[in-house]
Design a protein around this ligand. Sequence first.
Ligand code: GLN
Length: 184
Amino acid sequence: MKIGVLAVQGNFREHAAMLRRLGAEVVEVRKPEQLEGLDGLVVPGGESTTFKRLMRLYGLDEALRSFGAPVLGTCAGMIVLDRNHLALVDVDVERNAYGRQVASFEADLDLAGDDVPLRGVFIRAPRVRAVGPDVEVLAEHDGEPVLVRDGRFVVASFHPELTEDTRVHELFLQAVEEASSVRA
Ligand code: GLN
């Protein structure tokens, strides 16, 4: 499986390392044409304002709109995909909404269909304020969604690439596998 990691800014190296550990071939994406032939794409965490500026500058925002394979967005990646930005995921997200003092924290999350909690690392994380009717909530923190799936999009407000737990990336690669077997 050939997975792109948007590499304009932020935590792309950590995502790439984790995907390689899981056996994927990884391409660092900086130009629209690098999206061609990919089976999936990761939009990492970083700074969403910088992200949006650079994506527009390189034409990656338009390219992402026409990209048809599964996408994993984490933290700032979740922000740029939401209703108010690229409008690819039916969630409403508020940036930096955990307040200054507790802006960064870790928490054990209940993962749908799994008894083992998932350690979530939240760094000036966005908060999901609303989800559309077709959005599946895969994990919550204090009753609020933090990991959701909307069709071929999986988005997390935390940083699964910063722990040793590979389950979120595995879930994403499974979606990639399903999508490519449908295409084949
Ligand atoms: N606070 C950042 C933003 O608003 C997101 C933080 C992150 O990706 N770790 O873009």
